[in-house]
Each structure stands twice: as C-alpha cells, then as structure tokens.
Design a protein around this ligand. Structure first.
Ligand SMILES: CC(C)=CCC/C(C)=C/CC/C(C)=C/C=C/C(C)=C/C=C/C=C(C)/C=C/C=C(C)/C=C/C=C(C)/C=C/CC(C)(C)O
Ligand SMILES: C[S@@+](CC[C@H](N)C(=O)[O-])C[C@H]1O[C@@H](n2cnc3c(N)ncnc32)[C@H](O)[C@@H]1O
Length: 380
C-alpha cells in the first residue's frame, strides 16, 4: 500500500468517527455544556442555523432593497412609524422587517427609539452595483425554487429564467441576437462593472501601455475607466454586434470615440482584432466551459502584440477570506448552473488553462477584495 493510500484510509476512519460522534444527540448536549467544547458546539450550531436561515435573510435584504429602505435612511435616522409611513406599509409588518434587518446589521437602533443604517446597510449604499445584483436575484431564486429539478435538468437551453436572460448562454452560436435580447444583461453589467474595474486597474497600472482590447467588454464601461486613468491609451471593445451598438452609444455620449475602435463579432467563431498590448477578459471566462475557454485564450494570444499582457479578471473559487466553505464558489456554482453554462474556477485552474494556451509567464496579481474579483496576468 502506498503512503498516500494509507493517509486516505486513516483520514476516512477519522472522518467516519467524527461524523458518527457529531450526529449523536447525547454528544451534542454534552459538548454544548462542557466548558472546553462549548465554543466549538456553538460555532457549528450557528453555522448550520445560518445556512438554514440564509434564504430568509436574503429575502429580508431583498425587501429592504425593493422598498429603498437604505435610501430613505441616507439623510439620517427616522422613527419606525415615520419610516413605515414613507414605505407605505402598516407599522406592524414594517416593524418586523426593521427588527429583522437590525438583527442582520443592515439597520441599527439609534437614540430616541429611531432606526438608522447599520454597518452593512451603509456599505451597500456605497455599492450600487451590489444593489443592482440583489434586485436581479429574483431570476436566480425563481430557478432555485426547486433546486433538485435544476440539478436533474442540467439545463442547456433557455428553460431557466437565467438561461433566457443571458441570451448568449444557450450553447448556440449567438448570431441573430438583437438589442431587445442583450439590453437587460448589458445594462446590468454596465451598472455593476464598478464592483470590479477599480480593483483590476489598481492591480495592473496601465503606465506605458499603448492599446487595450477588452474582449466581451459589454457597453465599454471598463474600457472607459481605463482610458480615464491612462491618457496615452487607445482602446478596442470586442463583443456581440448588438452589444457593440450599445457600447457605441455610451462611448459617443462620453466623447471617447476618438480613442476607441469597436468590433462586433462572435469570439467563438471570429478572430479578435490584433495589435493591442493589453487584452482583458473581465467576468467573461466563468461563463464558458473549458474547451471554449481554451480556444478563446488561444485567440487572445494570437491577437496580442509583441510584449503584451493578457488579464483575466473575475470572481474566483478559493478566494482568501471566503473561509473554508468558500461562499464565492458555492454562489457561482449554483448561479452558473441556473444560467446553463460555465463554472467558477480556482486561480490555479485558470493558470493551467493559460499555460496550455501558450502563455509562458502566468501570475496572480494582489487582490484588494478577493471576494469580488481576482486578476491573473499572463504573457506569452
Ligand atoms: C468609519 C468607522 C468608524 C469605522 C470603520 C471600520 C471599518 C474599517 C469598516 C470597513 C468598512 C468597509 C470598507 C466596508 C466595505 C464593504 C464592501 C466593499 C462591501 C461590498 C459588498 C459587495 C457585494 C455584496 C457584492 C455582491 C456581488 C454580487 C452578488 C455579484 C454577482 C455577480 C454576478 C451574478 C455576475 C454575473 C455575471 C456572469 C453571468 C457570471 O458572467
Ligand atoms: C458577463 S458579461 C461581462 C461584461 C463586461 N466584461 C463586464 O465585466 O461588465 C459577458 C460579456 O461577454 C459577451 N459575450 C458572450 N459571448 C460572446 C461571444 N460569443 N462573442 C462575443 N462576446 C460575447 C457578452 O455579450 C457580455 O457582454
């Protein structure tokens, strides 16, 4: 028997013993009483209760967002009666929402019986992108109403709400999409791009760079942020033709078209415009399966100018700070299942794909908020 097999068999026995002991009601009562095991028992009770209550907690947040509770409190605390009046709700059910939101630190009790923003509600006010995502969760929750059915169907076509929403995720060639099909998701991506763009651009300053190509760059919000930081830079956006028309409208309104070239196409089928010395894939790779990703990374390598760098930036599994349970992966695994395409990847998996696509030097850049976005830089 090899040493690794011995380890596996020993670990199996220890886990079996742990599983058996932890499932015994008598042990659970004893551990909650005994001084040394008490904090551990409370930790697991709490962790399990939080998982059980997660959906209810999320719906408390949904109600606060839909009713614009945080906006009503932006100017300062209000009495429960006044806040309920502004929300056009009777005090009794409104009071329950306020108490639940205070328990979740979205709101906070203030002097004189008033209610103000809690630390989490205050942080959300600074993240309108996160608020837009929370509002968008209606579609995800509709698909997750029967999670077992979702797992059994492994939907690839437009049978889920998210599959219909993300029009390019249907596994067909995205030809024939029109503005009506791409407008909702493109607007959401534009509204939430700030969640990631500042951190990516801080991690990879564009000093000395000549031209940035943003592949799957949507309405051009990321490119506009890059152009604002780097006056010497010119840019290109490659996206599906109807999305490119939306980018044209936005970038023209920002008077940036003199520095920008827009290219419509299907990155699964068409070549990328050559010549950029930075290519970015922001929140693009996790939508696609490995074979498509590999082909896209190879296309980026072919389009990259001599001495250029490819950046892959998106939420990744195994984010430091997500604890061992990895809440980022748990969220995106189910989100992308409902969408019908793609999966979250560990940085190491992405780095392996990049090497396979012909990038010799691949490194993870320091991430300011790894839960939101991590960035990998690759050079051929
Ligand atoms: C001031 C005093 C007295 C003390 C201060 C103490 C102190 C230092 C406090 C820290 C305060 C602080 C800096 C808080 C910051 C909080 C932040 C930045 C919170 C950010 C929250 C962001 C959230 C919740 C983001 C959620 C994003 C979601 C759900 C994104 C989903 C994305 C999806 C589904 C993408 C879809 C695209 C697709 C299809 C996968 O390609
Ligand atoms: C999740 S969005 C990210 C948008 C933007 N990079 C951002 O972070 O805000 C993915 C983008 O990839 C584009 N896309 C998806 N499939 C594509 C394809 N086959 N060819 C070109 N663009 C595609 C979508 O239209 C969309 O704009």
């Amino acid at each position: 028997m090899r040493v690794s097999d011995l380890w596996t068999s020993l670990a199996d026995r220890l886990f079996a013993l742990r599983d058996d002991v932890m499932a015994r009601p008598g042990f659970q009562r004893w551990a909650a009483d005994f001084l040394l095991t008490r904090p551990i028992a409370h930790h697991y009770e709490r962790a399990l209760f939080d998982v059980v209550a997660g959906f209810v907690h999320s719906q408390v947040l949904t109600a606060c967002v839909r009713l614009s509770v945080f906006d009503h409190l932006a100017a300062g605390p209000l009495s429960a009666a006044e806040l309920a009046r502004r929300l056009d709700l009777p005090l009794d059910p409104a009071g329950r929402l306020f108490d639940a939101a205070m328990a979740l630190r979205l709101l906070q009790a203030r002097g004189g019986g008033r209610i103000g923003l809690g630390p989490l509600g205050a942080a959300l006010r600074g993240n309108p992108g996160a608020v837009a995502m929370i509002a968008h969760h209606d579609l995800l929750y509709a698909d997750l109403a029967d999670p077992v059915a979702l797992l059994r169907a492994r939907p690839e076509s437009g049978r889920t709400a998210l599959g219909r929403y993300w029009a390019y995720a249907r596994g067909e060639r995205p030809a024939g999409l029109d503005d009506a099909r791409v407008a909702p998701y493109s607007a959401l991506m534009a509204a939430t791009n700030a969640l990631v763009s500042a951190d990516v651009l801080d991690a990879f300053p564009l000093k000395g760079r000549r031209c940035l190509l943003d592949v799957g760059g949507g309405e051009g919000v990321f490119l506009a942020a890059a152009l604002e930081r780097a006056p010497q830079l010119e840019g290109m956006v490659f996206d599906l033709p109807p999305v490119i028309e939306r980018a044209r409208a936005r970038l023209s309104a920002q008077d940036l078209m003199g520095r920008v070239r827009l290219v419509g196409g299907d990155f699964h089928a068409d070549p990328l415009p050559p010549g950029a010395d930075v290519i970015t894939l922001v929140r693009v790779i996790h939508d696609h399966e490995d074979a498509a990703v590999l082909a896209l990374l190879r296309a980026c390598r072919a389009a990259l100018a001599e001495g250029g760098t490819l950046l892959v930036a998106e939420p990744m599994a195994g984010a430091p700070g997500a604890e061992s349970a990895d809440s980022v992966a748990a969220y995106f695994l189910m989100y992308l299942l409902a969408m019908g395409s793609g999966r979250p990847r560990h940085p190491e998996d992405l780095m392996a794909l990049l090497r396979e696509a012909g990038f010799a030097r691949v490194r993870k850049l320091p991430a300011r908020r790894p839960l939101l976005v991590q960035t990998i830089a690759a050079t051929p």
